[in-house]
Design a protein around this ligand. Sequence first.
Ligand code: SAH
Ligand code: SF4
Ligand code: F3S
Length: 441
Amino acid sequence: MGKKYFIKTFGCQMNFNDSERIRGILRTLGYEPAESWEEADLILLNTCTIREKPDQKVLSHIGEYKKIKERNPNALIAVSGCLAQRAGWELVQKAPAVDIMFSSFNMHQLPELINQAQAGYKAVAILEAPPEDEDAVWDFPTERDNPYCAYVTIIKGCDKNCTYCVVPKTRGKERSRSMYSILEEVKKLVDEGVREIHLLGQNVTAWGKDFERPIPFSELLYEVSKVDGVERIRFTTGHPKDLTDDTVEAMADIPQVCNALHLPFQAGSDRILELMDRKYTKEFYLDRINRLKEAVEDIALSTDIIVGFPTETDEDFEHTLDVVREVEFEQVFSFKYSPRPGTPAAEMEGQVPDEVKTERMSRLLELQKAIMGKLSKRYEGTVQKVLVEEERGEGTLIGRTTTNKWATFKGGRELLGKIVKVRVESASPFNLECELLEVVR
Ligand code: SAH
Ligand code: SF4
Ligand code: F3S
């Protein structure tokens, strides 16, 4: 009987992509996916530690999953990802049921770690820095749920050191993946039927800077677009400071690059931005946005905002609301500031009380709701191109527009994976009800 695994993933798209690769590694070891954790021989939690909440969730999940050992004493519990990297042995002390621990630095060591754990040892491989052979991970396949859209990690780590953020600690310094390795994966994915390539990194716009002979990110966009069969390209996340004019021009110039960009601004007040060490001002950010809006027709923008950073006053927060009003984002992901152990902001005086964060957050959400209502109305009556991704119930298809909006319409399964033209009948912030017009290709 083959062994079975169950993976629970927290956090960002990078972590989801890591899980896809971990699933690929497990497949090469003969493991198959289990329907539920109760049936698994290996339960893996791929963790996030960006805020306090995800930390707590991981511990409560381990508490539940450890019951598996009552029924299946040989079952293994593994913890990977950013919390594993940050907490290390401290986590094993808090949760002794954990048998295996590793991080995004050494996913490729999973086969040995499983062997060690099966032999009865605690297989904790948390390294100070990424090992020399970390690129070995690219040799493993990925196992994806979506056959048409695929994530491709192009840069690991982050050199930015924003004062609130744990990522530089959990993912290490910036390491760009080679152009060759990226293009090889893209070609393989397209051969498997993938049509949309989503390039990933904590800071994709910094790709190529760390090479002996630096290459601009825009060149990577051009190279990916030249791979036969790539219909769409997205990339996440870009840092405003690294979004250079050549990247904006490439976005406008390359037909496959989608009309959407996620560009976090975090806060509108220059004083807060400086305390965050974001290395730009409100004016600089708005200037980048204007440049994007001029260059890329109908671009859909989204962003991340932190509410209640230490010392933030109501007046500071007004600047955040200002940016939201001026840019009109299609989507805003807002987070209450959460102090992270070992980061400079956690030690700052003037921490903002939770009630104040909650109150500011609700003002922000209220404003954004009105903007989303207004923006979605603009879609009504327009014709959009949609990549058909899934069948939702008999005869109903869903897919996304190039602006990353979900569209629903009637059509048959044979359209899965095709680009189609639809007319938008009615629009709400999270869905466009459409009528199918024609198949493009
Ligand atoms: N590399 C990306 C962000 C990755 S983390 C960038 O710089 O844009 C995703 C989001 O989590 C951040 O954009 C930020 O809004 C939020 N975040 C990070 N640290 C946080 C903290 N300590 N408290 C609250 N939100 C945080
Ligand atoms: Fe964190 Fe800043 Fe790096 Fe984003 S750019 S991952 S917020 S340190
Ligand atoms: Fe979380 Fe790590 Fe991503 S901390 S947001 S999983 S980089």
